[in-house]
Design a protein around this ligand. Structure first.
Ligand code: GDP
Ligand code: MN
Length: 384
C-alpha cells in the first residue's frame, strides 16, 4: 500500500521553486548547531533559523527565529533543534538569509477534486493560515479555476492580483510569479503549491518566503530527484500507527523487518544484518514490552510494509524474559496470520526456556536461532 502523497519540507519545496525561476532567498540545510552556525556565517547576517517539519504554524510554535549575529544563530539553532512542533520532533533546520518584509501575501495552486481542475488562490492577507483569511474576509481570497489546456497565463495572475487589491506596482510581477508557480505545479506533478507568505521586500521585489509542496506519489517515477527527498520524519501510515502504539519505528530501504528490545540492540542488529549481506526494511523497538500485546502491535506495524520479505526478531533478555517473549510471539501468531518467515533469536534471561517453547510449538515459518549472527544470516537467506 503506497502513500498517495508526498509532502516536501520547506527547503525542498524551495529547491523546486528555484528550478522554475520562482525567487527564493539563499539558504542551507543543517542538522546540528555547528552546521547551522557555519551556514549562517557563510550566508551573512541577519539570517532566519527555520525548523524543517511537515506542519504549518512553525513561527507561532517558536520554530522560526531571526538571528542578527553568530551568537543568536547558535542560540536559536540549539533551541529549535529537538523542539516538538505539533508532535513532530525537529531534526533539521533551514538557515536562510533574512528578508526585509514590506507586505505579506498568500498564493497557492491546489487541485480542486470536485471541479477536477487546478485552482489558483491569491490574497493580500498573507502570513496567517487560509482559514483565518477566509474567516476574516471571504472576499479577500481570490480564486480562479485553471483550464488545463489553456494553462495559467500571466494575465490570469494579473487579474487575481488586481482583484485582490494589491498595490499597483506589484500587480504585474505578482502575475509573473503566479505563472511560475503554476509551472512548478504542473511540471512537478504537485497537488498543492502554497506560498504563505509571498512577500514584497522593501525594494519592492517579490520572494517566496515559505513553501509547502505536495507531490502526487503516482507521478514520482517521473521525478527521481524529488523521490529522493523523502525524509524519515515524513509521516507515513506505519509511523503514525507505531506512534499510536507507543513503539519506535523507522522505515528503511531493504527487505528485512527488524524487531528488537532496546535501541542499542536494534541499532547493532542493523549492523549485523548488513554484515550478513542483507538490508533492513525497517526497525521497530519493542522497548521493555515483550508481552503478546506489544508483539502484536510491533508485527502489525512491521508487516504493513510491503517491502518486508522476512522478519528478524532479536531479543536479548534482561528484565524482559525470553520465555515471556516466546509466549508473546505464539499468542501474537494465534491472533494474526503472518506468512513471512520469522527468525527469532533469543538470548539472555530464560533464553533456553524461550527457545524450547518455540521449538515445541513447531510453527512452520518460525525459525529459532541462538546467536545474533546466525539469526541475521538466516533472515537474509529467507528474504532472498
Ligand atoms: P510558518 O509559521 O510555518 O508558516 O513559517 P513561515 O516560513 O511562513 O514563517 C513565519 C513568519 O516568520 C513569516 O510570516 C514572517 O513573518 C516571519 N519570517 C520568516 N522569514 C522571515 C525573514 O526572512 N524576515 C522577517 N523579517 N521575517 C521572517
Ligand atoms: Mn508560512
Amino acid at each position: 500500500m503506497a502513500n498517495r502523497f508526498m509532502d516536501l519540507l520547506e527547503y525542498q519545496g524551495k529547491q523546486l521553486f528555484a528550478k522554475h525561476g520562482v525567487p527564493v532567498s539563499p539558504g542551507r540545510p543543517a542538522t546540528t548547531v555547528q552546521e547551522a552556525v557555519a551556514a549562517a556565517d557563510e550566508l551573512g547576517y541577519p539570517v532566519v533559523v527555520k525548523a524543517q517539519v511537515l506542519v504549518g504554524g512553525r513561527g507561532k510554535a517558536g520554530g522560526v527565529k531571526l538571528a542578527d549575529d553568530r551568537e543568536q544563530a547558535e542560540e536559536h539553532a540549539g533551541a529549535i533543534l529537538g523542539l516538538d512542533i505539533k508532535g513532530l520532533r525537529v531534526r533539521e533546520l533551514w538557515i536562510e538569509k533574512a528578508s526585509e518584509i514590506e507586505e505579506e501575501y498568500y498564493a497557492a495552486f491546489v487541485f480542486d477534486r470536485s471541479a477536477k481542475k487546478p485552482m489558483a488562490m491569491f490574497s493580500k492577507m498573507g502570513g496567517m493560515d487560509v482559514e483565518a483569511i477566509t474567516d476574516e474576509d471571504p472576499e479577500a481570497m481570490r480564486m480562479l479555476h485553471v483550464d488545463p489546456l489553456l494553462g495559467f497565463q500571466d494575465f490570469h495572475g494579473r487579474r487575481l492580483a488586481f482583484e485582490a487589491d494589491i498595490a499597483e506596482d506589484v500587480i504585474r510581477p505578482v502575475g509573473v510569479m503566479l505563472g511560475k508557480l503554476y509551472e512548478v505545479f504542473v511540471a512537478e506533478d504537485a497537488t498543492l503549491v502554497e506560498v504563505n507568505p509571498l512577500i514584497v521586500k522593501t525594494d519592492r521585489s517579490l520572494l517566496a518566503l515559505d513553501a509547502k509542496v505536495t507531490i502526487d506519489d503516482n507521478a514520482l517515477y517521473r521525478h527521481p530527484d524529488t523521490a529522493e527527498m523523502r525524509n524519515i520524519s515524513d509521516e507515513d501510515p506505519q509511523e503514525s500507527l507505531a506512534k499510536e502504539r507507543g513503539l519506535t519505528y523507522v522505515p528503511l530501504e531493504g527487505n528485512i523487518g527488524i524487531l528488537g528490545n532496546g535501541a542499542g540492540l536494534v541499532m547493532s542488529t542493523l549492523d549485523v544484518i548488513a554484515l550478513a549481506g542483507g538490508r533492513a526494511a525497517n526497525f521497530c523497538d519493542l522497548g521493555g514490552g515483550g508481552d503478546a500485546e506489544g508483539v502484536v502491535d510491533a508485527l502489525e506495524v512491521i508487516t504493513r510494509d510491503p517491502q518486508v520479505k522476512s522478519i528478524f526478531f532479536n531479543i536479548f533478555g534482561g528484565i524482559t524474559r525470553c520465555d515471556e517473549v516466546a509466549k508473546g510471539i505464539l499468542a501474537a501468531l494465534e491472533r494474526m496470520t503472518i506468512e513471512l518467515p520469522i527468525v527469532v533469536r533469543l538470548d539472555g534471561t530464560n533464553a533456553e526456556e524461550g527457545r524450547k517453547i518455540l521449538a515445541d510449538a513447531a510453527i512452520q515459518n518460525v525459525h529459532p536461532e541462538a546467536t545474533m549472527l546466525d539469526g541475521a544470516r538466516r533472515a537474509v537467506e529467507l528474504a532472498a
